[in-house]
Design a protein around this ligand. Structure first.
Ligand SMILES: [Zn+2]
Length: 399
């Protein structure tokens, strides 16, 4: 049984009375409801299906199948009989605005560049059109955006023409109409666009409010243009301004110069990083010299112990590794250096032909360490200070 379609004329949140004529099982335990008449737009023409409720049960999707409109709900609670339909009118309005904006954008791009829109997608956040063009210059997009703003300001009427297929040639259509339809629905934006379309549209361009082109990128030999319209432009602007405000205050630059301000800050940070690195190397060299002095290895000869264990209470592993690398340049001894703060250690040995693994492996495994390495470098970590202490004592004697 076909459903009477009222969605083109009904966009209100006011409840609407209808009758559920069939309840059928649907994928994943849901149900598909058929109604005698519906106010819900079924997914199609690049526009997603409406949302809302039927007898309080949330609508998950609306599909058209073999001329019948199916209302998908998650609950099995629905039964045939009277139904109160409530449309999510805010969402419908949003999609109607995005959809009308898409017509205006595609029509304007065609008028100004001669390039056609091949496909479109209206998303919950961002919409896209794929334009049959290798490249659209940034200044062209600004011109398109301004021309669309002109059309919005002029509040051009949006006119729906219902015509038999044989008459459709009389319209300068932007795209090929669907085949096999008894009536073709041609959507005209006066002075801007003619397009066959089954979606929901505003009655004039002023209702779009604003149209913003966000980006254009190469996509499968075409250009994918992303855009937003209506309240989405307002929300986007608000969000960007909130972020820009944070950056402006933090970097202490005017709102309009946050980009330049952040780049200057990054450059300064990079210079500081280089300086900090140089200072850390100098400090590590000094710490390495002190370590070898303490161990009696300052001369670089073979005097002193073959294994040096050092515990650093406050240094992190990055600093410990720096000290180890500096020390192994000056001595061929086995250096086992630990960060007590991070419960980690690293072992170094620059003597060619010496393998430190047999020395470390037993104590390491007995203390329950995790890690690994090769003959000249080995690192690991423990879950407790006690385990780290046991390992260090076993390798080089008590602290
Ligand atoms: Zn449309």
């Amino acid at each position: 049984m076909s459903t009477e379609r009222l969605y083109y004329d009904y966009a209100s949140a006011e409840p609407f009375e209808a009758v559920i004529t069939a309840v059928r099982p649907w994928e994943s335990g849901g149900a598909a409801l058929a109604l005698d008449k519906t106010i819900f737009y079924p997914e199609g023409g690049g526009q997603s299906g409406d949302r809302g409720t039927i007898n309080g049960i949330p609508l998950l999707d609306v599909r058209e199948q073999d001329g019948e409109i199916l209302h998908i709900v998650s609950s099995q609670g629905a039964v045939c009989g009277p139904a109160r339909l409530a449309l999510d009118a805010v969402r419908r309005r949003d999609f109607t605005v995005q959809h009308t904006a898409q017509h205006l954008l595609s029509g304007t791009i065609l008028r100004l560049t001669g390039k056609t829109t091949v496909s479109m997608h209206l998303g919950d956040e961002i919409n896209t059109i794929d334009v049959d063009s290798q490249n659209i210059a940034a200044d062209t997009l600004v011109t398109v955006e301004e021309a669309a703003a002109d059309a919005i300001e002029r509040d051009c009427p949006v006119i729906i023409h219902l015509c038999p297929p044989e008459d459709v040639e009389s319209f300068p259509l932007r795209k090929v109409p669907p085949r096999g339809e008894e009536v073709i629905r041609v959507v005209e934006i006066a002075g801007n666009d003619f397009s066959p379309c089954c979606g929901t549209h505003c009655t004039s361009t002023g209702q779009i409010g604003a149209l913003r082109v966000l980006d254009a990128e190469k996509y499968k030999g075409m250009t994918r243009v992303s855009f937003i319209a209506g309240r989405r432009v307002l929300r986007d602007s608000r969000r960007l301004r909130e972020n820009a405000d944070i950056v402006s205050r933090a970097v202490k630059v005017p709102l309009a110069e946050t980009g330049k301000g952040v780049l200057a800050l990054l450059e300064k940070t990079r210079a500081l990083e280089l300086r900090v690195n140089a200072l850390a190397d100098t400090a590590a060299e000094a710490a390495a010299a002190a370590l070898l002095e303490k161990a009696g290895l300052a001369g670089g000869g073979r005097e002193g112990p073959a294994v040096v264990v050092e515990r650093y209470a406050d240094a992190g592993m990055e600093e410990v590794l720096r000290i180890g690398r500096a020390a192994q340049k000056r001595s061929g001894a086995v250096l086992v250096l630990a960060s007590e703060r991070e419960l980690k250690f690293a072992a170094f040995c620059s003597s060619k032909g010496r393998d430190i693994r047999p020395l470390l492996k037993g104590p390491f495994e007995r203390a329950g360490g995790k890690g690994g390495g090769g003959p000249s470098f080995f690192q690991g970590q423990f879950v407790s200070a006690g385990e780290l202490a046991d390992f260090l004592s076993a390798v080089g004697g008590p602290a």
